[in-house]
Design a protein. Structure first.
Ligand SMILES: [Zn+2]
Length: 276
């Protein structure tokens, strides 16, 4: 039976309480990557831990792992190293405080960067170093996410390395996602990352009703729930049971049903969701 870690970005929203209740009821553990301060753009609609801590405090009490998705959801490539650190640390303080309030020890420090921008923009892993796994890496990061890849500048490469060093020093880890043995993960930069990447994107955001016009304009391939379910069913790697998977989904004010239905679909097809 295939096993997967469910990771959910952009909490808290007005649906977080309902989402975590539903996950709990269906025996689905998850990591919630949370934004520190309320933030809204075309992609994200987050109420912020600072403004709406309650559903995140409750998520901790319900047994979910709460993790860092920065303070204002800005791209690391568009900030100085110092600003990136500031974004991380502000949210870190908020998360620490909630664990303290909940009286639950925090076992792991995890972070996922907004847009998976790790300092080098859409060049999420160094595709020049992907070797035989280039096609898989590009399909994973180009098709599954809304990022435009351009080769990074030397400054961006340096910043990305500096950010990884910082995360290592501060004890951030992605090693908690055990058993991910896909060669394109285990034998590449992906396995070295101190921030949390993923091995499958639900692309749930493609059904954000705010995006109706954009999906035509940007040529997104999946326009219906059936199409996203088909993406799940036909993924070349997701149903392999010789590796664990890390699945990306989103908490969003306008996509709750979509995300829930996609997770339910995976579970009904036999995906076992596991705890870190
Ligand atoms: Zn995000």
């Amino acid at each position: 039976m295939p096993k997967a870690y469910l990771t959910i970005d952009d909490s808290p929203t007005k649906h977080t309480e309902e989402l975590t209740d539903w996950l709990l009821k269906n025996d689905i553990p998850a990591v919630l990557f949370c934004i520190g301060s309320a933030y809204k753009d075309l992609h994200v609609e987050c109420e912020g831990i600072e403004q709406n801590p309650e559903p995140i405090l409750n998520a901790i009490k319900k047994g979910f792992v709460v993790a860092n998705h920065t303070y204002t959801h800005r791209r690391s490539s568009e900030m100085s190293f110092e600003e990136v650190v500031d974004e991380i640390e502000k949210t870190e303080a908020l998360i620490e405080e909630l664990y303290k309030q909940a009286g639950i020890p925090r076992l792991h420090k995890l972070i996922r960067f907004p847009h998976l921008d790790r300092g080098a923009g859409g060049w999420i892993v160094d595709f020049n170093q992907s070797g035989p796994h280039e096609a898989v890496h590009k399909s994973l990061f180009f098709d599954g996410l809304n990022v435009k890849p351009t080769p990074p500048t030397p400054e961006q490469i340096e910043k990305k390395a500096k950010i990884q060093d910082y995360l290592k020093r501060e004890g951030y880890t992605a090693e908690v996602f055990e058993g991910v043995t896909h060669p394109w993960y285990a034998e590449t930069e992906m396995a070295e990352a101190r921030d949390s990447l993923m091995t499958f994107s639900t692309s749930d955001w493609m059904l954000n009703p705010d995006f109706t016009n954009y999906s035509e304009e940007w040529g997104w391939s999946h326009k219906t729930l059936a199409a996203l379910k088909n993406k799940i069913d036909t993924d070349a790697h997701l149903w392999r049971d010789d590796s664990a998977h890390v699945i990306l989904a989103h908490d969003h004010n306008r996509m709750f049903e979509t995300t829930r239905d996609l997770i339910a679909h995976m579970q009904s097809k036999g995906m076992e969701f596991i705890k870190i």
